[in-house]
Design a protein around this ligand. Structure first.
Ligand code: PMP
Length: 461
């Protein structure tokens, strides 16, 4: 691909392709990176440059790019059947994946006090939709149980659940919502108590009391609680205080409210276990999964419901208890085939162990390389999900989503000089690499950030 081709493509990209979460005026002044190929943790652009994908292609990559096993599964399935809609028929990949997934989730919860009941898989095609489905299921469940006043949701400050209207309503990152606020429905927001250092135990008693008061005051109104378990992603990697999910579940039980865990980001071993809710053995009534579900190859998501939720939708057709929701490409066979191979490989390749070891290495390397910099706040991490808050020159760490300049400078430096793809969320640099990443690439990422930080510090002197 010659330089002229690049220029033409870049112009066509900048003027015709409207990129997500991107200021297109700014993008028009950049030299876009146009990817043509992926292999392992690396992406190659049409100018033959190699980039380490340290943001896991928006947090979904599990095995690096174009893993031969996933490619084979996709090709084989495409040769058999590209699509048949689950509206009227079923197909083997959808049946097999649903069964494998339910078994794998049950295995994660096998030490829970009660036998796991998440057993029913509803397919859709992106994380936001998986959340919409969960919220609609919860509302319809309550309605069909005769609790018709339970029409509201309790969610958490700084939570993010997607960009569709229900998911946006449940989210609370103000800057994403503000232009749509008048069209969103109200949710009650509770505090998401953060615990950055896993060894530091601060009491969450007052948050718990506030949570109970919120629920108790509206216990006949709330249909479900929606939460990102273990760590909030989009608000800048905010880890949840240990044991808190269990406390939330306790109140849900007590007040007969459903618990929805949004594991779109945390699922598929991002924080270590297959699903993060199992860290505290807190089985929700409904669980949303997406992103890593196909190993990062194809769009797919699922909403997994417990027996009691599923049962509440049964009846004769004319009773109209069925779930009137579905998407054309729900449970696409090629995506299911990739998801099956992904799940098999998670066990064959002992992925959970790799995440644990690499997470430790990454944490240690980051602390050693940048931990003492006056511009770096407390590094937040659960598994291979990391947030590095960059303080402004006067030491302020809470500058908000709009103030991303310094974190952006570090990421741009990492991309341009070290060829490591990184993205900031506001003033927080996030590292969300492929989960089979090796030590060498951990080193590459840490060096890139460290050099970017040095450049920032030098430039600001
Ligand atoms: N929930 C969570 C917790 C997420 O992190 C995301 C995406 N970042 C979503 C939902 C939405 O997923 P999608 O982008 O696939 O719609």
């Amino acid at each position: 691909m010659g330089l002229r081709d690049y220029k033409q493509l870049a112009e066509q990209d900048q003027s015709v392709v409207w990129h997500p979460y991107t200021q297109m005026q700014e993008y028009a002044r950049t030299e876009p990176i146009i990817i043509s190929r992926g292999e392992g943790p690396y992406l190659y652009d049409i100018r033959r440059r190699r980039f380490l994908d340290a943001y896991g292609s928006m947090w979904c990559n599990v095995w690096g790019h174009n893993h031969p096993e996933l490619v084979k599964a996709i090709q084989q399935q495409a040769g058999q059947l590209c699509h048949a809609s689950l509206f009227s028929v079923s197909h083997v990949p959808a049946i097999d994946f649903a069964n494998m997934l339910v078994d794998a989730i049950k295995q994660d919860f096998r030490f829970a006090d009660e036998p796991p009941t998440l057993s029913h898989v509803f397919y859709s095609d992106n994380g936001s939709t998986a959340v919409e489905v969960a919220m609609k299921m919860a509302l319809q469940y309550q309605n069909q149980k005769g609790k018709i006043s339970r029409t509201q949701f309790l969610t958490f400050h700084e939570g993010y659940h997607g960009d569709t209207f229900g998911a946006m309503s449940a989210s609370s990152i103000e800057v994403f919502r503000q232009k749509f606020a008048p069209s969103l429905f109200n949710c009650h927001h509770a505090t998401y108590p953060m615990q950055v250092d896993p060894d530091e135990h601060e009491s969450t008693r007052h948050h718990e009391m506030q949570l109970e008061a919120l629920i108790a005051g509206r216990n006949d109104k709330i249909a479900a609680v929606v939460i990102e378990p273990v760590i909030q992603g989009a608000s800048g990697m905010r880890p949840l205080a240990e044991d808190y999910l269990g406390k939330i579940k306790k109140y849900c039980r007590e007040y007969d409210i459903l618990l929805i865990t949004d594991e779109v980001f945390t699922g598929f071993c991002r924080t270590g276990p297959l699903v993060a809710s199992s860290t505290e053995l807190v089985e929700p009534d409904i669980m949303c999964l997406g992103k890593g579900i196909t190993g990062g190859t194809l769009p797919m998501a699922v909403t997994v419901a417990s027996d009691r939720v599923f049962e509440a939708f049964k009846g004769e057709w004319a009773e109209m208890r069925q779930f009137l929701h579905g998407h054309t490409y729900s449970g696409n066979p090629i995506a299911c085939a990739a998801a099956i191979r992904n799940l098999e490989m998670i066990f064959e390749e002992k992925l959970k162990e790799n995440v644990k070891s690499r997470a430790r290495e990454l944490n240690y390397a980051l602390r050693r390389a940048i931990g003492s910099s006056p511009r770096v706040g407390q590094i937040r991490q659960r598994g291979l999900a990391v947030g590095i808050p960059i303080k402004d020159a006067s030491g302020n760490e809470d500058a908000g989503y709009e103030s991303r300049d310094d974190a952006m400078k570090i990421c741009e430096h990492a991309i341009e000089r070290s060829r490591v793809l990184l993205r900031p969320l506001g003033n927080v640099i996030t590292i969300v690499p492929p989960l089979n990443i090796e030590s060498e690439q951990i080193g590459e990422i840490v060096n890139a950030i460290s050099r970017g930080l040095e450049a920032l510090e030098a430039g600001n002197k």
